[in-house]
Design a protein around this ligand. Structure first.
Ligand code: DAS
Length: 363
């Protein structure tokens, strides 16, 4: 057998190894081509938080971990989606305001217009997550899934909920069945609509609830399951467009309680509120000592919306107040904080209370 035998064998083995490597490469490219492309936009919050010890679940620092670290902490994500990450900003969500909403909404719309982006996940603090979600629910101009996610325990905690919440959110954002349902909130294995979800507990991991109208689905074993849809208009079916907006009208909320007067209402109007949401007791009731200030505000051109602090149910028009005579708007089932968002966007289009009331019955 000539000495070339080992060389021939070596050449053949090299050939096989090359073909195997090429096949593996082709397979991984082929697999990547099958996976959805999901962009993670990070904004801060507890999901990006760190605590001094593994048992620190309060008194930690929010908004310290960057988006690439969040992604690296959940390597399972790479098996279910082609993920890219962007750090849009890094703050605790109690500090999010109009500027951040507009920045985020514009970035989301630019990304979703790209054919190679199948869905978006937004990591966010839980304190105002429901508000950002609802704002985007009204201004995102795409059917593609947009999923907001946070956590109630910092990334350093025992049984941190951030990693599994993030994994579930990526699965949801990459699921074609999630398209066309409006902006979604994925927390604690549940799928909520941005319109009706609210943070209902100060610290527990099951804090996000849609108590009476219900979740729209679950995520079990990483797979989303849907059971209903929201019927009110959202995303492509709204009249709101943030493209040309670089600010939002000032709208404030005045909270009602036993023995309340008119100081807050008068102060908010004096500070320039163009819209005022009254978080009334019960069915949006107006305390006698507050009502004159609201009536005057309306006469001075401020749009007044009657909402309720109760949390569930419809605020009935002409129920606890003669809205027709007072030219007030009612919030329907929207919480005061979400009624504020809808009123802000409504005021970018009109000051007609008739038109604004239509919007509250449409969205
Ligand atoms: N401060 C809270 C926030 O950023 C922390 C959190 O729960 O995410 O919303």
């Amino acid at each position: 057998m000539s000495k070339q035998f080992p060389q021939a064998v070596r050449a053949m083995l090299c050939g096989f190894m090359f073909m195997f490597a090429a096949a593996v490469q082709a397979e991984s490219v082929n697999n990547a081509a099958k996976l959805p492309n999901v962009t993670i936009l990070a904004t801060g919050g507890t999901i990006a938080g760190t605590g001094a010890t593994s048992t620190t679940t309060v008194g930690y620092t929010a908004a310290t971990v960057g988006v690439q670290s969040l992604i690296a902490a959940v390597p399972e994500i790479a098996k279910v989606a082609n993920v890219t990450g962007e750090q849009v900003f890094q703050i605790a969500s109690e500090n999010i305001g109009d500027a951040q909403w507009l920045q985020l909404a514009k970035r989301v719309n630019v990304l979703l217009a790209q054919p190679n982006v199948d869905g978006i996940v937004i990591t966010h603090g839980t304190d105002t997550l429901e508000e950002t979600a609802y704002f985007l629910h009204l201004v995102v101009k795409s059917k593609k899934p947009v999923v907001l996610v946070g956590s109630m325990r910092p990334s350093t905690a025992l049984s941190a909920d951030g990693p599994i919440n993030l994994y579930n959110a990526v699965r949801l954002a990459g699921t074609p069945e999630a398209a066309g349902r409006g902006v979604l909130v994925a927390m604690n294995d549940q799928i909520h609509s941005a319109r009706d979800v609210t943070k209902a507990n100060t610290t527990t991991t099951d804090t996000f609830r849609t108590s009476e109208l219900g979740v729209i689905g679950y995520i079990q074993g990483g797979k989303p399951f849907f059971y209903r849809n929201v019927v009110r208009n959202h995303t492509l079916d709204t009249e709101f467009d943030v493209t040309k907006l670089d600010g939002l009208p000032q709208v404030d909320v005045a909270y009602a309680y036993a023995n309340v007067g008119d100081v807050a209402v008068n102060a908010l109007v004096a500070a320039g509120a163009r819209g005022l949401v009254h978080a009334g007791v019960g069915n949006g009731s107006l305390p006698a000592r507050t009502k004159p200030a609201l009536v005057k505000a309306r006469k001075d051109g401020v749009v007044v919306v009657r909402a309720s602090r109760v949390g569930q149910g419809i605020v009935a028009r002409n129920g606890e107040a003669n809205d027709d005579a007072l030219d007030f708007v009612v919030a329907d089932t929207l919480s005061p904080q979400k009624a504020r968002i809808l009123l802000m966007l409504a005021l970018t289009k009109t000051t007609s209370t008739r038109e604004i009331q239509r919007m509250f019955y449409t969205y």
